[in-house]
Design a protein around this ligand. Structure first.
Ligand code: AKG
Ligand code: FE2
Length: 369
């Protein structure tokens, strides 16, 4: 083992990242070219390294040429390594991400991280090619680790932690991230699942969503709307209706769930005068008259309120705080030539809440039902 290299020894801290304050709830963190180069140099280790634990620090042995396990076989290892590399090479980004997580920034765009030389082809079968998207996946793991988040997968959605947000020829007519000809209206993900409520037979909703942008489509931006922009337009009486357990929300179609939905609130007070929100109006049945009129008021409000388009670029990592911001996209017409809109998405929970989920297999605690 001649070429051992400790990832905690070589890089001096930099202070050259541009840090933009959240504007309208959207925080842009721009990584400068020089930092990105250093990060790329070190993260290339993740392509071939065998990992050896020495004392408390991870050490890479570049000589063996052996590879890491697939991220689905050990996502915690990928998080740890990618997080360490990011913290070491772009400490000011790691710091800004920690601060953004602590203040529950609704949406974050990390721009300027490296990308593979050739963009991955859009996978119309839904399968992500790890080799084609390796840098994007390293970037995702690095960013989420610095945010204090950990990936999970719901077993009825996908056995992989990495979801392809790309059109599928068999998804025509679906209101889903794999659809295309139907717009996705404003929503939070997994709105049918418990948030702060007790977990009995259904694992909690993801706390955040992270997207790596492989192929942006300028005419089909991601669009978001911070929850405060909606709540601020509601009367006190409407806010109190929204906090009642009076909304039955079904799982999205792709879950093929037969479960009878629980009646849940749309808003949950955050203890600081604000609210956490769950919303998927297409799947919601209000169970009282007051809840019915609130749902129709929300339909109108959302139709009138200006969304925040995020003109994403290839290589961007976008993170949504799932209960602080709504997101949507318009319909579009795919070209089916391998160049269509393509993101890689992860569902995330806070590291400390890993054990709140219901996992069948103790060897894969990130796979929830
Ligand atoms: O395609 C998009 O912009 C968002 C898709 C979406 O809602 C999701 O993947 O959760
Ligand atoms: Fe979504």
């Amino acid at each position: 083992m001649s070429a051992m290299q400790s990832i905690t020894s070589t890089i001096a801290p930099r202070t050259d990242m541009e840090l933009h304050q959240p504007k309208d709830g959207l925080l842009y963190l721009n990584v400068c070219h020089e930092s990105a180069k250093e990060y790329q140099r070190l993260s290339s280790i993740l392509r071939y390294a065998r990992i050896v634990l020495q004392g408390m620090s991870l050490v890479f042995d570049n000589d063996t040429g052996s590879r890491l396990p697939h991220p689905d076989a050990n996502p915690y290892l990928w998080s740890e390594i990618a997080g360490n590399i990011l913290r070491e090479t772009i400490p000011e980004l790691a710091h800004a991400l920690r601060a953004a997580a602590a203040s529950e920034v609704p949406a974050i765009v990390v721009r300027g991280l490296p990308a593979e030389a050739t963009p991955a082809a859009t996978p119309y079968g839904g399968l992500i090619d790890l080799n084609e998207s390796r840098q994007a996946i390293i970037n995702l793991y690095g960013v989420i680790e610095c945010l204090g988040l950990t990936p999970i997968a719901y077993e009825t959605e996908d056995v992989s932690i990495l979801h392809a947000v790309a059109p599928r020829p068999d998804a025509g007519g679906l209101e889903a991230s794999i659809g295309f000809d139907k717009k996705l209206p404003f929503h939070t993900d997994y709105a049918d699942r418990p948030m702060t409520e007790a977990v009995t037979d259904l694992s909690p909703a993801a706390h955040a969503l992270a997207f790596a942008v492989e192929r942006p489509e300028p005419l089909v931006p991601m669009e978001c709307l911070p929850v405060t922009k909606v709540v601020d337009q509601l009367t006190e009486a409407e806010k109190s209706v929204a906090q009642q357990e009076a909304f039955e929300i079904l799982a999205p179609d792709i879950f093929r769930s037969q479960r009878r939905p629980c009646a849940r609130p749309l808003l949950i007070a955050d203890g600081n005068g604000g609210f956490y929100c769950r919303l998927n109006l297409a799947k919601t049945t209000p169970v009282t008259a007051a809840a019915r009129s609130l749902v129709s008021r929300l339909h109108n409000l959302l139709a009138e309120t200006q969304a925040l388009p995020i003109g994403v670029l290839r290589g961007d990592i976008v993170v949504f705080h799932n209960s602080r911001v709504l997101h949507r996209r318009s319909s579009f017409r795919p070209r089916w030539d391998g160049t269509d809109r393509y993101f890689i998405r992860m569902s995330l929970v806070r590291r400390g809440s890993r054990q709140r989920g219901l996992a069948r297999d103790p060897a894969r605690p990130w796979l929830w039902r």
